[in-house]
Write a protein that binds this ligand. Structure first.
Ligand SMILES: *Cc1c(COP(=O)(O)O)cnc(C)c1O
Length: 284
């Protein structure tokens, strides 16, 4: 794999640089590519099945489905029951994952938690479980590769940014690049939740800066201000995802003023279903 390219973006009179991890693959891109790196480098014959679980529109699900297809591994994905309408929608991450060969298994709401916890006792050596969102220690290696690509660019700027769900990406990036400031912001839960998630993996380094969101947003809920930012950035030439990137852009524009390299975290494939949600709400 060649290093992903870097593009320039003008926004509100400022110049940003963007590490185009969104261009790696239509389905297996962004930080999910980085987080699955170790598995991607695993020889096909070492495993025959991947198991994971979580949301039915998740970017991680789609990335794993694409990886399993390319590796000829089976992919079993466990979720809570899905609405009938979602199952028949011919778009979005769920639709693409099923087309890539994912076997979807619905678990009753009341049994879900225990069932997921029991998965690790039911598998053999040829099966690997990817925890929700891919928040695994294995992610570290993939983010070290990203860090090497960034170092090799010999950039003058000294600040990076990438949005957080579990915080795995931002944390491992900051740990691998102590000479850079790494900005992030919580897109799932608040700052306190994000810090707890990160601290479960490692001590939070000083060069990792968590920007406070302007207001509380619920994950995956449509907000007119998020759609506005998405459109503004899109108009300057690059499409970003609608779930994580709007909060990151909002925080960067309001709370920073230096030159920044934004690490595109992918997720653009999920925009189709998210834009439908915005439409249904009458936001344009
Ligand atoms: C998964 C995801 C994130 C969050 O990554 P974490 O490592 O969990 O913080 C950010 N952006 C996009 C587009 C994602 O799909």
């Amino acid at each position: 794999m060649n290093p992903s390219p870097i593009s320039k973006l003008s926004l509100e009179g400022r110049v940003f640089y963007v590490k185009r991890d969104d261009l790696i693959d239509p389905f297996l891109a962004g930080n999910k590519y980085r987080k699955l790196y170790t598995l991607l480098k695993t020889p096909s014959n070492k495993l025959n099945k991947i198991i994971s679980y979580g949301g039915t529109q998740s970017n991680a699900m789609l990335a794993i489905a694409a990886m399993c297809k390319s590796k000829s591994w089976e992919f079993e994905y466990y979720t809570k029951p899905l609405s009938q309408t979602q199952k028949i929608h011919p778009y979005g991450n769920y639709y693409h994952s099923i087309n890539l060969g994912m076997r979807h298994i619905e678990i009753d709401e009341v049994l879900y938690k225990d069932y997921i916890a029991s998965l690790s006792f039911m598998i053999d050596a040829s099966t690997f479980i990817v925890d929700q969102g891919g928040a695994v220690e294995e992610a570290k290696k993939g983010l070290e590769v990203l860090a090497e690509e960034i170092k090799a660019e010999n950039l003058e700027l000294r600040s990076l940014a990438t949005p957080s769900g579990t915080g795995t990406t931002a944390l491992f990036l900051a740990l691998s690049l102590p000479e850079f400031k790494v900005y992030t912001t919580p897109c799932v839960g608040d700052v306190k939740y994000l810090k707890e998630q990160m601290q479960a993996l490692s001590e939070i380094p000083k060069n990792l800066i968590i920007l406070e969101p302007s207001k509380k947003h619920h994950f995956a809920k449509p907000y007119p201000e998020f759609l506005q930012i998405y459109k503004k950035v899109l108009a300057s030439g690059i499409e970003f995802d609608l779930l994580y990137s709007p909060g990151m852009w909002e925080a960067l524009l309001a709370q920073t003023d230096e030159e920044i390299l934004y690490i595109h975290s992918g997720g653009v494939s999920g925009n189709e279903s998210m834009l439908k949600k915005y439409e249904q709400k009458g936001f344009r």
